[in-house]
Design a protein around this ligand. Structure first.
Ligand SMILES: [Zn+2]
Length: 175
């Protein structure tokens, strides 16, 4: 059983947390009178705050470089969904990533969503990448089955190798 004292302490904590959240929102403000913290994630990603402010700011900060593989970054990845992060007041927890690294970080090899812990591990550990794919001359690179899971750097290497071989006339046609 919760004592009266414990109960009022918990109430006070909840109240403080609520006030802090309201204060944060007031400080940061939001447009169109829509509270970004009230939105589902897919809708949050459509807000001006994310599309026009936070996301471009993150990519600019990282000079459009993937923080995982160093290739060309096109996406911004949330390491945390805390209020401060979502309101654009804690950019350290958002990283620029290339599409390939983002896929590897978010999904396992079998396409399942990773757990938060697993995501963090995949963010800094390149051993989560697929094994270096063999350049397959029978396929257009973009149709390579692992293409989506290749980091920007792996894609560059692949494309380079592919075009080299193509120039040497090494196209192999399936018989
Ligand atoms: Zn990358």
């Amino acid at each position: 059983m919760m004592t009266d004292e414990e109960f009022s302490m918990q109430m006070a904590e909840l109240e403080t947390a609520f006030k802090e959240r309201e204060e944060l929102k007031k400080q940061r403000g939001w447009r169109n009178k829509v509270d970004p913290l009230s939105l589902e994630y897919p809708d949050y990603l459509k807000t001006r705050l994310w599309k026009k402010e936070i996301r471009p700011r993150i990519l600019l900060r990282d000079k459009n470089k993937c923080r995982r593989c160093g290739g060309n970054a096109e996406e911004a990845h949330h390491i945390s969904y805390d209020d401060e992060v979502m309101l654009g007041m804690d950019d350290d927890k958002i990283w620029s990533l290339c599409k390939g690294c983002h896929t590897v970080v978010e999904f396992t090899n079998t396409g399942k969503k990773r757990t938060a812990e697993d995501k963090l591990a995949a963010l800094s550990d390149v051993s989560f990448n697929e094994a270096q794919p063999e350049v397959d001359m029978r396929r257009d690179p973009f149709r390579h089955p692992h293409w989506k899971r290749l980091t920007a750097v792996q894609k560059q290497v692949y494309l380079h190798e592919y075009s080299e071989r193509k120039m040497q006339g090494k196209t192999i046609r399936p018989t």
